[in-house]
Ligand binder design. Sequence first.
Ligand code: 6GU
Length: 287
Amino acid sequence: MIFDVLTLFPAIFDSFLTQSLLAKALTKGIITVNLINIRDFTSDRHRTADDRPYGGGPGMVLKPEPLGLALESVLAQAPPQRLVINLTPSGRQLDQDLVRELSARPRLILLCGRYEGIDQRVLDVYSNLELSIGDYVLNGGEVPAMVLIEALSRLIAGFLGDEESLLDESYSSGLLEYPHYTRPRVWRNLAVPEILVSGNHAQVAAFRLAEAVAKTRARRPDLLASPDLEKRQAEIFSRPGSPLKPRPDQTQSSPEPTAQSSGHDDRSNQPSPPGQPGQAGQADQPD
Ligand code: 6GU
């Protein structure tokens, strides 16, 4: 998937794109992120990208000419299925359903407004979607663009290890996540729930589902009322290999995490070749 990010502050993305799983995805070619500095498309001596609003009022507005040229340079290379997305607090609020929908696109062109916003004419001509990440106001669209890139990248095959993507699908679909524990088994007199060290996969899965439902009921009852929930859960748990229907050879396992487990997020910050230590999704996590 290709992301083109049009911004006045491309450096904001530097550490975001050079760390952890995103850096690996870029190295592997799973995603491509092109940073386009809108200021590079100005033609005056001062490289002016913004101006005062017609009609008066506070703040500055991104001028149409540089942004229009920047957009056109990207659109010339993009397939027809691409979307131009304007990141703005007045857009449609992003949720996981929309993330899933957008992940079907081969290329997304993200406009990061600053100041009061973008000249409406550019949006009228080119924007396909106005997107917000929540009901609060940020200084610009850069952080929302990073949110969108991260949420979408996680859904692309090969971004997460197998184990993680399975977990994600089984439990985050419509429910809040169940609680997690790792070694030591007792910490400051607090023990890990007994069922998790039983080695019984079916019981562990049932426990986690019950915890997820209880947490969702307490924190986000609106999610339980969603008409999609029952359908999604039924579909997930009836799949072959579902944790609620373990294969007979998987019902018992070692009650302890394996020796290599570090008990923290041990995903390397550095890209490592497939199958090497430090790779995400290895089978060295506690059961
Ligand atoms: Cl997409 N942009 C800005 N500036 N603020 C926001 C937002 C976007 N979403 C929530 N707040």
